[in-house]
Design a protein around this ligand. Structure first.
Ligand code: UT7
Length: 337
């Protein structure tokens, strides 16, 4: 017996506090003009002091489950993608599982940063295809704001990131006509760890001698993300372009057949360059970075939910997605929604 999987429900949640570029001008030596020109970002959401990543994930999950039409109790696996876990351990999937009151089911965290959602989609698809699980709750959620250097020293990174969560329910699908019926057609996953330190958070780290964090490391700012923006930009455009083509080939579809492109949201210029290089019309790319900034593992499901709400993404459409981020990791997927 062979199985397929499909996305049956989507949900998202962002904190209510909006921080515009003008708000950031007051904290960092930056300008609205610089941020908009270089990234496309206009505003982002940042949580209050009492909200964690699993809190955002919980709200997004409830909406995804409600939209899926299945009962919460029918979920048999949680996959949680985040780089901003509630705590180092256990995985945030366990905290979310407790909040959802679903004791006993499989809970798995993955650490693939901006590619986390697509890595998670691949894992969900493969568990469902194997027959071992039927209804997987896949969540991408981040609270970046508590981990950013909001002084002028951190401006090259801190203006980029926002908080938010997106979730999908991936379920066993009946596929009679693979060309028409909703299902995940392919997922493609890649990484190049030789470039890990081009975008990373060094501390706390068990690789340090004696202590995973100390005052000297904090003084040096090693507890804040470090990024070589130019290297990330160059690799992102190249790899996203490549892996989109690979996914389309594997799914036996032409790029022209794709109805909607849901790209990771790191920089509007990255997405425009990928679209331009592949001859994709801009109106087929659904971007949300203007309003949320880069929410890392959450960008794709958050965008998917907004696209559904805006009436841009409809059942039966052919969707292609690609992401690139820290690791470096990159990934792509094609599915019939
Ligand atoms: O999901 C993956 C996460 N990250 C990414 O995808 C990031 C990819 N990279 C990028 O998006 C771009 O490299 C950035 C938007 C981060 C930076 O754009 P850039 O065109 O590569 O700028 P740059 O780093 O070369 O900096 C240009 C200038 C520098 O000043 P000087 O040396 O020319 O005087 C920076 O100091 O802009 C300055 N700068 C800023 N100015 C105002 C850097 N950050 C800021 C800032 N506000 N926030």
């Amino acid at each position: 017996m062979s199985y397929f999987s499909k996305i049956i429900g989507v949900g998202s949640f962002v904190p209510k506090n909006v921080y515009t570029n003008f708000d950031l001008e007051k904290m960092m030596d930056t300008t609205d003009e610089w941020i908009q020109q270089r990234t496309g970002i206009v505003e982002r959401r940042w949580v209050d002091d009492h909200t964690s990543t699993s809190d955002l994930a919980y709200e997004a999950s409830l909406k995804a489950i409600e939209n899926s039409g299945i009962k919460k109790e029918d979920i048999d696996m949680i996959i949680f993608a985040t780089l901003s876990p509630d705590h180092d351990f256990p995985g945030t999937g366990c905290f979310l599982q407790a909040k959802l009151n679903l004791p006993g089911i499989t809970a798995l965290d993955i650490r693939q940063q901006c590619s986390g959602f697509l890595y998670g989609l691949s894992i969900a698809d493969k568990f469902i295809r194997s027959g071992s699980h039927k209804n997987v709750l896949l969540v991408g959620a981040e609270v970046h704001s508590k981990g950013l250097d909001k002084t002028p020293n951190g401006r090259n990174v801190s203006v980029l990131f926002g908080d938010g969560a997106g979730a999908v329910v991936v379920s066993r699908a009946e596929v009679n006509d693979p060309k028409k019926d909703s299902h995940i057609m392919t997922t493609q996953l890649f990484a190049d760890g030789s470039l890990a330190k081009e975008l990373w958070l060094p501390a706390p780290g068990f690789a340090f001698p004696k202590e995973r964090i100390n005052e000297a490391m904090i003084k040096e700012g090693l507890h804040y993300p470090q990024m070589n923006g130019k290297a990330v930009f160059v690799h992102a455009t190249k790899r996203m372009t490549e892996c989109l083509q690979t996914a389309c080939k594997e799914a036996s579809v032409e790029l022209n057949d794709v109805d909607l492109f849901l790209f990771h949201q790191a920089n509007l210029r990255i997405n425009s360059k990928v679209a331009e290089d592949l001859g994709i019309p801009e109106n087929k790319v659904f971007n949300t970075i203007q309003r949320y900034g880069n929410t890392t593992a959450a960008t794709i499901p958050l965008g998917m939910d907004d696209a559904v709400k805006a009436g841009v993404l409809k059942k039966g459409m052919l969707v292609a997605s690609a992401a690139f981020g820290s690791g470096f990791t990159w990934a792509s997927a094609v599915w019939r929604f």
